[in-house]
Design a protein around this ligand. Structure first.
Ligand code: GLC
Length: 425
């Protein structure tokens, strides 16, 4: 039974972006399978087609490397509408993939899909979950060894694209140290699909590709990359998602894990919660990243500072501080939560990750608020997101000052977020 005015349209977008068991984020601009997009999309499918939800995760895992990393892009089929393609990455997996990763929403999605399968009595659920649980566990092991070799309890990104918040002002200082020289010839395709004023600037694009060149020259070996990386930021958004996904795997391990695996996951979880807690800054009422090259806190305000809500249980003081801070960011906005607040000097309401609102970020923040007992604020965020989508369409992101839809349209994860958040409001 359809309860949402745009339920049919949302499902039609997922159908239209289906390329055979996996969903592209949107046609042309992003013509392959993206890691965290697919995890959100799987949670969307779980609402009405559990088999297809599993398929989405299974197809993503086809791209998983032998060392456990789940790449940020799996190039299942060729397309010439995107740069950088497989030839630039030069990776050596069985099927072409990129060489970097993205936020591990996968574990969260797996628990979600598994629970939907139990509720609908999907016969093959147990076996499918068992296989995917092992894949997720291998990827979490990769995270902790490859991206926290120093045992900080925080995982680092070596490329801004790994964060999922590609062009965030949180990377400005660290990225400015990265040279603009490249050995790869840059042929941007994104600005052919979307207005250049909304996309990253050319100079930053050269730095993005410089990093790809550097890591490809390391043969994509995690140890060599860690040593060579000119960009290394311990990210609270990534760590928050990883910690939450680890808790979800602990839950699944009750059914699917061995005793050793349960102990291992509990240790991982404890280490991540300790690391994350150390990044809370009471004077800012949010969490901050750590730049491992400079050794400094990154205090630039971005949405990432609130994402640890999905993993941590706050005391009352912390909770009211973070709630008041989010409310300050929402003040005067048509739709929130902005990826940078309007009072910040780096705020640009239409440019990629420098102000606009992403529906999936709101999904995480409202989830975290609900977990921490702040359902009213969660509902306010969910309702404004659903309204923006109903008014402006299933766009990639939204201008917080007007609610205008921007970037690519007919976006898969926006459709998934609409169905998930719409059911809660
Ligand atoms: C952009 C976003 C990233 C997303 C991808 C596909 O690169 O910054 O988060 O995964 O598009 O939608």
């Amino acid at each position: 039974m359809n309860t949402l005015p745009k339920e049919e349209a949302a499902r039609a977008i997922l159908a239209r972006n289906d390329r055979g068991g996996y969903t592209v984020p949107t046609d042309r601009l992003y013509p392959f399978q993206w890691n965290w997009d697919s995890a959100f999309v799987a949670m969307g499918f779980a609402l009405f087609d559990v088999d297809r939800a599993y398929r989405e995760l299974e197809r993503l895992i086809e791209g998983q490397w032998d060392d456990g990393m789940i790449p940020h892009i799996v190039f299942h089929a060729p397309s010439d509408t995107y740069f950088p393609g497989p030839d630039v990455w030069g990776t050596r997996h069985r099927i072409p993939t990129s060489g970097i990763t993205q936020p591990p929403v996968f574990g969260m999605a797996l628990r979600h899909v598994h629970e939907a399968a139990l509720a609908t009595g999907e016969a093959a659920a147990t076996e499918r979950t068992r296989v995917l649980f092992q894949a997720a566990l291998r990827s979490h092991r990769w995270w902790l060894t490859a991206r926290d070799p120093e045992g900080l309890g925080l995982v680092s990104i070596l490329h801004p694209w790994e964060s999922g918040s590609d062009n965030s002002p949180a990377w400005d200082e660290a990225l400015a140290r990265v040279p603009t020289t490249t050995t790869t010839t840059i042929r941007r395709k994104d600005t052919g699909h979307v207005d250049a004023s909304m996309r990253p600037r050319d100079e930053d694009y050269q730095r993005f590709i410089h990093l790809v060149d550097t890591y490809r020259d390391c043969g994509w070996d995690p140890k060599r990359q860690w040593a060579a990386a000119p960009f290394k930021v311990a990210d609270v958004q990534m760590t928050g998602i990883l910690a939450r996904a680890t808790a979800d795997l602990m839950h699944l391990a009750e059914t699917f894990g061995t005793d050793e695996e349960k102990v291992e996951l509990t240790r991982m979880h404890g280490r991540l919660l300790d690391g994350l807690s150390s990044r809370w800054r009471p004077e800012l009422s949010r969490f901050v990243n750590l730049d491992l090259i400079s050794g400094h806190d990154v205090e630039t305000p971005t949405q990432a500072g609130f994402i640890p809500l999905v993993a941590l249980t706050f005391d009352d003081g912390q909770r009211s501080a973070i709630v008041a801070e989010i409310e300050r960011w929402l003040d005067g906005m048509v739709v929130g939560v902005p990826s940078a607040p309007s009072f910040s000097p780096s705020f640009e309401p239409k440019r990629y990750w420098r102000g606009p609102v992403w529906a999936v970020i709101n999904w995480l923040i409202s989830d975290g608020l609900r977990l921490n007992g702040s359902a009213d604020l969660a509902r306010r965020i969910e309702q404004s997101t659903v309204r923006a989508i109903e008014t402006s369409g299933f766009c990639e992101y939204f201008d917080p000052t007007t609610g205008e839809g921007l970037g690519g349209d007919t976006f898969s994860w926006t459709a998934a977020a609409y169905m998930a958040l719409g059911r809660r409001t």
